[in-house]
Each structure stands twice: as C-alpha cells, then as structure tokens.
Design a binder for this molecule. Structure first.
Ligand code: PMP
Length: 287
C-alpha cells in the first residue's frame, strides 16, 4: 500500500510520515482518536465525530488545533488523494511531543498536539459477510479504567479481548461489569426482546457511540420501543435478537453468545431492518 497520510500539516507518502519517540501518544496513550466511515466517497456522520472529538479533547485539556471546516478539508483531501470509495478515516491527536518523558503535562504553549490521519480502504464495507451471517461473541470481565466515555488510544484491553474471542472461535467480546454488559471491545451492545431495543444507558462506563445515537434516533422515529437500561449475559442469551453498532460495523447482528445461539442462531428481522434504516438515513446526510 502507498497511502497519502496527514501528519502535522503535511500530506506525505505513508513511508515518509514520522512522529517523535517522545510523543505522549506513543509513551503514555495520552491521545484521543476518531474513526469516520466512508461510503461511496462520502463521510458518514462527520459532525457527530467532530463533536465527540471536541469533548474528548476538552476532558483531557488538549487544544483542538483545527476548526470543523479545517477538519472537513483534511478528511476530504485524504478521500480524494487516496481514491477512497468505501472504508474509513482514522484521526488521532496526542498531547504532542515534549523534549523528554515526564508524567507532568507539557505547557500547551510550548508543545503542540500531534495530529495524524490516514485512510483505510474496505471495499464493499456496507455488504460485509458478518452483516449477513451475524457474529459470535464471548463475554469477558470489563477491567478497563473508569473514563471509557473519553475516546483514548488506550486500547490494550479491548485488543486482548478480541484475541480472547479469536482463541475461543468467536468474533468479538462483550465486556461485563458487576454482572451487566457494558459494551463490545469496539462497539456498543444491544438486545431485542418483545420488539423492544435494550441497551445500557450512557455514563462514564461506556463510549458514547456516534452510531448508537443515530440508531436510537432512527429507531425512535420508526416508532420502535427503546429501553436504556442494564442487561445481563443470561438475559441476552434469552433475547429474540442481539446486535452491535459502531462507525465501521454499522448495525451488525450477534447470533451467538458464550457458545449459546440467540433464538435460531441466525439474524432475526428487526436487526437487519435497523441496519437498512441506518445505512439509508445516514447516506442522506453523508458529506
Ligand atoms: N464502544 C467502544 C469501546 C468503541 O471503541 C467504539 C468504536 N470506536 C464504540 C463503542 C462505537 O462507537 P461509534 O459508533 O462512535 O463508532
């Protein structure tokens, strides 16, 4: 691959893009990120991602180096220069690279944030095999820190969770805290029971998914019943349907949980319909 990527104001071939060894994203996971999906060369829910980015930066007192328009221009330039049709744009901002390693934050006047963006091409993203067949999920204990609402690059445990899932012959893991599902390793988690969509309420314990917000809004507009409350793995195993949402998986059915089939073990009717609505509606506002 020879992508054109963005680093601190420059568009460069990926092999020439460099970040300092003192970068706090590298040394301390002192960085936040966003992933915006691209379908047909257009950005899905761009404004949602930029609003959440601002919130993550505010929570960590990192300056946002660009305006919404500047971010949009960078995203569009990358789509264009890489001929990106379907896939996503990864954006990361760290607290920057002071001239040494120190737990104390550098003075933002002296150390500018490090900004990196790159594209990921995924042809046919909207028709992935997992959307048709559904995915298998295992449950693992949620041992992450207490500010999961901030989208930091501190992704070691979610990454370990994916490996645990792979070793168990599954696709992903749902994390469980005090007996209740928090979220998936890189997605929000839902069940459907008697026509009701059930998902954990927002708090510091989960990421406030941009796709979650959109899907709940569309579901509400379609007169579907929504319950924002905790649920257990046992309840999920007895559910009619289950699913995950994320910017890159959109709405994807979950058909097996800890080796137990959910209903027939095939995607039901509500989740594929929700996926259809989500894709249709978000394409209308794609830019
Ligand atoms: N939860 C976690 C832990 C995630 O990493 C993600 C994806 N980044 C999500 C939920 C879904 O968020 P979004 O819909 O904004 O992609």
């Amino acid at each position: 691959m020879n992508r054109t990527v963005y680093v601190n104001g420059e568009y460069l071939p990926e092999t020439e893009a460099k970040v300092s060894i003192f970068d706090r994203g590298f040394l301390m996971a002192d960085a936040v990120y966003e992933v915006t999906s691209v379908l047909g060369g257009k950005l899905i829910d761009f404004d949602g991602h930029i609003v959440r980015l601002q919130r993550s930066l505010d929570e960590l007192e990192i300056n946002n180096p660009y305006t919404r328009e500047e971010w949009l221009n960078i995203h569009r330039e990358l789509v264009q220069s890489n001929d990106l049709v379907d896939g996503g744009i990864y954006l990361q901002i760290s607290r920057g690279a002071p001239n040494d390693r120190d737990f104390v934050w550098p003075d933002p006047e002296m150390t500018a944030p490090t900004v990196v963006l790159f594209t990921q091409s995924k042809p046919g993203l909207a028709n992935s095999p997992s959307a048709q067949a559904g995915i298998k999920v295992i449950s693992i204990e949620d041992i992450r820190w207490g500010r999961r609402d901030i989208k930091t690059v501190q992704l070691l445990y979610p990454s370990m969770g994916k490996m645990m899932a792979q070793k168990a012959g599954a696709d992903d893991a749902w994390m469980v805290q005090d007996g209740h599902v928090t979220e998936g390793t890189s997605n929000n988690a839902y069940i459907v029971k008697d026509g009701s969509i059930i998902t954990r309420a927002l708090s510091n314990n989960i990421l406030h998914g941009i796709t979650r917000a959109a899907v709940l809004r569309f579901a509400d507009e379609a007169q579907m019943k929504i319950e924002e409350r905790n649920f257990t793995i046992e309840e999920a195993q007895q559910a009619d349907e289950a699913f995950i949402t994320s910017a890159s998986a959109f709405v994807t059915p979950v058909v097996e949980l800890d080796g137990q089939k959910i209903s027939s073990g095939a995607p039901g009717s509500i989740v594929p319909r929700l996926r259809e609505i989500y894709l249709e509606e978000s394409m209308k506002t794609a830019i």
